[in-house]
Design a protein. Structure first.
Length: 129
């Protein structure tokens, strides 16, 4: 019986070892499960942050696109205004050239009239007593 008692004692020791190992494994599993839950919570937080950032980025992109369209429209209006102003300047230059030509013609005519008046004045003076 001593061999049987020793065998039972050995089995009891082994059983206690296995029970202790199961307890340690259970503790480790509980810690791993808590870690997984923490990682899941952090993942959800990151996912939420990414969603918020994406929404903000989409809003900023839409705002920039609207501003770009506004700037493009303004540039188009400015270009149209510049084209009109350039055409106006060209028209004023043409008018100025016309006025300059007219002034030249009037000056020539005035000089001719002044010369004719001077000649008449000399002739009139010659006939006066």
């Amino acid at each position: 019986m001593d061999a049987a008692t020793a065998g039972v004692a050995d089995l009891n020791n082994r059983h206690m070892g296995v029970t202790n190992s199961i307890g340690s494994l259970t503790t480790g599993l509980d810690a791993a499960t808590a870690g997984v839950a923490d990682l899941n919570n952090r993942h959800m937080g990151v996912t939420t942050s990414i969603g918020s950032l994406t929404t903000g980025l989409d809003a900023a992109t839409a705002d920039l696109n609207n501003r770009h369209m506004g700037v493009t429209t303004s540039i188009g209006s400015l270009t149209t205004g510049l084209d009109a102003a350039t055409a106006g300047v060209a028209d004023l230059n043409n008018r100025h050239m016309g006025v300059t030509t007219s002034i030249g013609s009037l000056t020539t005519g005035l000089e001719a009239a002044t010369s004719a008046i001077a000649k008449l004045s000399v002739r009139v003076d010659a006939h006066m007593p």
